[in-house]
Ligand binder design. Structure first.
Ligand code: XIL
Length: 392
């Protein structure tokens, strides 16, 4: 699936390198580390012979030791995920091993999007997504379904005819799409991103075909239809730049409250968390907690931290700090139930193709060598031994 999207990632905010604050974040979680340092390893029962247990260095063969992100996160109950390129599953051995061993939840990077699922009207191709669901079940992983209603990666048959459709016709097409897809995966999806990126940065609703033809009620409808098709799946609204306080985050908050007041079945809000060293670190914990206080689950759904290439020492330091702060924010919000990274290795990241001149946004390099930020996340998880345990 290689459809080129319109760029939808975070735009410029403040030009400031995010340095230093990581120390604060680590400080917040330092007490559990001190306790474990004196009381032996809290991870002893996870340790495998030869595992690098407390050096905070990446293991020599990532994915083969007990220091996987997945096992380090297990005591907190937090699920650690990755977006998976299904073309590489089973064809690229290192990629497949990392996908199987490092993560406890997976997201389809592209294969559950509408253009992949229904390339021709009425003809469905579920095979690549089924392959991911099978893989997840085999490896004890949960699946985040991504995504049902979006303005990007729509099938060309739909965009071609959208203008000539009446509101009722378009509504019927959307309902059929949601109910067919959610029913197909019924019982196999933990969280669905039901509606993706419906807001602009200024807090207005995005002027896409859904808003133009159906009005804002399409959002409530989408959640209701998804719930009818799979009442047990957790239904999420997902967006970028809502990690920061501001107009967009406030608008999403207001919408979610309104949906709840109307009895619309919404269970959670996903924070994409596509970060860039030049725009500074968001106040993710504060923003997430606000949504959690509405009685919602939250999740980091598409984390990456890009920077200009080649990476300087200063940028690397900023990346480490931003990764640590993102994960710490999620750990410190009890209702943050999963932390998903948007890809595994820099060689298959969406960043270079979308943000020219930028990259190095993931935890492994393009030769699958673990980077410093992998060690940073291991360390952050180890420090979080005392974080509140997720029960959901
Ligand atoms: C991206 C994929 O990573 C690319 O492979 C694809 O070409 C375009 O979409 N926000 C989202 C994701 O919700 O679905 C996007 O994924 C990245 C931005």
């Amino acid at each position: 699936m290689t459809t080129a999207p319109t760029t939808t990632a975070p735009r410029a905010r403040r030009r400031a390198l995010a340095l230093g604050a990581g120390v604060v974040a680590v400080g917040v979680l330092a007490a559990p580390l001190a306790a474990s340092a004196h009381g032996g390893s809290p991870w002893g029962h996870h340790a495998a012979p030869g595992a690098v247990s407390h050096g905070h260095r990446p293991p020599a063969h990532p994915g083969t030791t007990a220091d996987t992100l997945r096992s380090l996160a297990a005591p907190s109950g937090l699920r650690i995920g990755a977006a998976i390129n299904t073309d590489k599953l089973g064809t690229d051995a290192t990629y497949t091993e990392l996908a199987a061993t490092q993560f406890s939840t997976v997201s389809p990077e592209n294969v559950m999007k509408w253009d992949a699922i229904e390339p021709t009207q009425g003809t469905y191709d579920f095979a690549p997504a089924d392959k991911l669901v099978d893989f997840a079940q085999k490896h004890g992983q949960l699946v985040r379904g991504h995504t049902l209603v979006w303005h990007n990666q729509l099938p060309s048959w739909l965009t071609a005819e959208a203008d000539s459709l009446s509101a009722d016709e378009l509504r019927a097409i959307l309902k059929k799409h949601i109910q067919t897809e959610v029913s197909h995966f019924k019982g196999q999806i933990w969280q669905w991103d039901v509606v993706n990126e419906a807001f602009n940065d200024d807090g207005t609703l995005r002027d896409d075909i859904w808003l133009q033809k159906l009005g804002e009620g399409y959002i409530a409808d989408a959640f209701r239809w998804a719930h009818q098709a799979d009442p047990k799946a957790k239904l999420f609204y997902n967006d970028y730049n809502i990690e920061y306080t501001g107009a967009k985050s406030e608008a999403v908050y207001a919408m979610v409250k309104k949906l709840q007041a109307q009895g619309v079945p919404i269970d959670g809000v996903g924070f994409q968390d596509h970060l860039d060293t030049q725009y500074g670190t968001p106040n993710l914990q504060e923003t997430m907690q606000k949504f959690a206080d509405l009685g919602l689950d939250t999740a980091v759904t598409e984390a990456d931290v890009r920077t200009t290439l080649p990476v300087t020492t200063v940028e690397q330091t900023a990346q480490n700090s931003m990764w640590s702060q993102s994960l710490s924010a999620c750990l410190l919000v009890k209702r943050c139930i999963s932390f998903t990274i948007w890809g595994i290795d820099d060689g298959s990241s969406w960043v270079p193709g979308t943000f020219p001149g930028e990259g190095a946004a993931l935890l492994w390099d393009d030769a699958y060598q673990p980077k410093a930020q992998f060690g940073v996340l291991q360390q952050t998880l180890e420090l979080a031994a005392g974080a509140p345990r997720r029960t959901r």
